[in-house]
Design a protein around this ligand. Sequence first.
Ligand SMILES: Nc1ncnc2c1ncn2[C@@H]1O[C@H](COP(=O)(O)OP(=O)(O)OP(=O)(O)O)[C@@H](O)[C@H]1O
Ligand SMILES: [Mg+2]
Length: 294
Amino acid sequence: MITASFFSYKGGSGRTSLLFNVIPYLAEKLHASPEHPIVICDCDTESAGLTFLLDQYKANPTISLQRICNDGIPGEDLEVDSIREHPFFKALPQVADKFGIKIDGYDGSILFLPADKGSERLNNVNMNPLDNLKKLCLDNGVSALIFDTPAGDQKAAKWSVETSKIIVAVMRITRQFRIGTRRYFQEHLDEWENKHVILVPNAVPDGKIKIRGEEVNLDELKQNEIIDVFEEVFSGSSNYLDLGMLENDKFGVNEVARFKYIESVLYSEDSNNLSDDEKKAVEQYENLAELIGK
Ligand SMILES: Nc1ncnc2c1ncn2[C@@H]1O[C@H](COP(=O)(O)OP(=O)(O)OP(=O)(O)O)[C@@H](O)[C@H]1O
Ligand SMILES: [Mg+2]
């Protein structure tokens, strides 16, 4: 089972949009099915973007991250013949259609654990409740457990990262993000063993940037300020830095003009109707799904 956290040390990097766009390609790659679904959890209780984008923002959700933290997971100790019969998985909203995956009747290939409002209810919880969730998913044939995490060191971000083998480290290429992300990893690598960190610069401007009239060479920035610096941080660590989103002429995920106005899933949209920036982004979403699924 794949476990991955979409993480950034600071908000607004594009974690939610990235996850939103990568999931359908991951579902394709893993042949996600109702018997072997992908389970996505919104752990960002302060700003539950994914819950909002998937139309699951409810006054009193029957199931949520906060609920399972407080009351445990429904049917946690129950053994069932098929995941479809399990009270917990049965309670999760089925969201494949929201990712552009056309469905035919029942489709539980993508299940979603929404976040309720506020994080107060997490404050009383000391043990990482995602460990039990992970075990349950593993026992029931889930193909991937994916977390959208809060920014930085918030409690649920720590839980998600601890529980995941893969950390998708999303950042903008601005100085704050480069320094802050590097520092975050410098401080945490010793606590972890054998994590697989995929570095994803996001919303990277296409073409040229000018600073005080001088053109900045983005290839040099990528090599000197990102690749070299992060490789140095990871050298000698048991954790693996994956630069597969920065190889050859690639520089993370490019800026997509439409996302400045509307967050949407590019998957399965008629490819002739995508603009060039959208097509480029799609290539990288597929690439990231490969890196996560490999
Ligand atoms: N590739 C991109 N090109 C242009 N804009 C983008 C891109 N990716 C994300 N954005 C925009 O950046 C903003 C923040 O994105 P998003 O909500 O995904 O980030 P986040 O890290 O999940 O933020 P939060 O901290 O609020 O959870 C959104 O307006 C989104 O549309
Ligand atoms: Mg978000």
